[in-house]
Design a binder for this molecule. Structure first.
Ligand SMILES: [Zn+2]
Length: 402
């Protein structure tokens, strides 16, 4: 695999950039699609579509497909269908890196956000200070196995906690003990001459839903992430909200009625302390459902027919549903996307979340507004890739090629 030197550079022509982004998104939504149909769907002139398609083909983001019926020399003609360049031998790729605790995940995606390869990278016991350099080693080895001839456009990294994508900094990550860590710069230095972008993983999933998920996600969505950390993200008209210092989405200490679990913040009944994987695993050990605290073992036990594990997962799902109800009432989004492992594996737990949300919400009567991420159990590596794909779709001409 080769790497593109800098994916994003300044461009002085705003309208051209906007038009190119419109064309690229129309191709994403409707490709393969003829230029003439792109013009009809987007409202751009045929000439503008033609010009932008030429640019996007030159950038390697779009390619012309053979003319239907096998017409010969029709290159550039309005009826020739174009599509995102996802060719197996030379279509460009992005890498996604989800930094979790105690394990991270590498992924390789094409321009449609399809996960072509993934690899788990466990790092239990590694000093958090050494983690970026170890991740770089692991990721380099993973990328060495990527197909030759496909350009790597960039690396997107997603992680929990407070992340500032503007500066590429992990502002605060409690379980890794990171504070003000210049993560994007560290990763870029180790990976060589490649664009690296970082973001909070709840926002990354929201970005990925806006690009590749249900059409309603582009109107408005709230994403609720339930893992070892619990956080959220808000997207309105296709833009994920960051807020001052990119601090938006901290729902860890939202109150859960009826919960008496003590939170490290000193209060009791906080959302993260009640529903996180850590909390679930602790309760499971206390109830002798699993031998040691591992949330994934609880999900496995329920799948194997353990009723106590199933009951515990339903309890958590209902608490998550109550939190979803609160977010629905405050923000009234078209969609609430919930990333929670049990409901990704077994849709019955999504139904439990939906039931509790509708029971407790004062504005939402439609359970279908609460959904799992479109990528299912591949949600995290796909979301990490979206950290670099989303800005690419917003400003495609700012991409440069070698
Ligand atoms: Zn708290």
């Amino acid at each position: 695999m080769t790497t593109a030197p800098r994916l994003f550079r300044a461009t002085g022509d705003g309208r051209r950039e906007t038009n190119a982004a419109t064309v690229l998104r129309t191709v994403l939504d409707h490709g393969p699609v003829a230029r003439r149909a792109i013009a009809e769907r987007s409202g751009l002139s045929q000439a503008a579509v033609s010009r932008q398609c030429t640019d996007l083909v030159q950038l390697g983001l779009v390619r012309e497909l053979p003319e239907p019926g096998g017409g010969g020399n029709g290159v550039g003609r309005p009826q020739i269908p174009v599509d995102l360049h996802t060719g197996e031998s030379d279509g460009p790729l992005v890498a996604g890196l989800h930094i979790g605790v105690p394990s991270s995940t590498f992924g390789l995606l094409d321009l449609r956000g399809r996960l072509l390869d993934r690899r788990a990278f466990p790092h239990d016991g590694l000093a958090p200070g050494d983690l970026p350099s170890k991740i770089v080693q692991g990721l380099r080895a993973f990328l060495d196995g990527a197909p030759r001839g496909r350009r790597l456009l960039g690396v997107g990294a997603a992680l929990g906690g407070w992340v500032d994508p503007g500066t590429g900094t992990a502002v605060r990550h409690a379980s890794l003990g990171w504070s003000g860590r210049p993560l994007a710069a560290e990763l870029a230095r180790g990976l060589g001459d490649v664009e690296v972008r970082v973001d909070n993983h709840a926002r990354a999933v929201a970005q990925s839903e806006i690009l590749f998920g249900r059409p309603e996600a582009r109107r408005s969505l709230v994403h609720l992430f339930i893992g070892n950390v619990v956080d959220a993200a808000l997207g309105i008209t296709g833009v994920v909200h960051q807020g001052p210092g990119s601090g938006a989405g901290d729902v860890a200490h939202l109150p859960v009625p009826d919960s008496t679990v003590v939170c490290p913040c000193g209060r009791s009944g906080c959302l993260e302390a009640t529903v996180s994987n850590t909390a679930l695993a602790r309760t499971a050990v206390r109830r002798s459902i699993v031998p040691w605290p591992d949330a994934f073992l609880v999900v496995d036990a329920a799948a194997a027919g353990d009723r106590r594990a199933d009951r515990l997962l339903r309890e958590r799902a209902r608490a998550v549903g109550r939190a979803a109800a609160l977010l629905l009432d405050v923000l009234n989004p078209d969609l609430v996307v919930v990333t929670e492992h049990a409901s990704l594996v077994n849709p019955e737990y999504l139904e439990e979340i939906r039931g509790a949300a509708v029971d407790h919400s004062h504005v939402c009567r439609d359970p279908e507004r609460i959904v799992s991420p479109h990528a299912g159990t591949a949600v995290l590596p796909v979301a990490a890739g979206a950290v670099v794909l989303n800005p690419l779709f917003r400003s495609p001409l700012a991409a440069s090629v070698r």
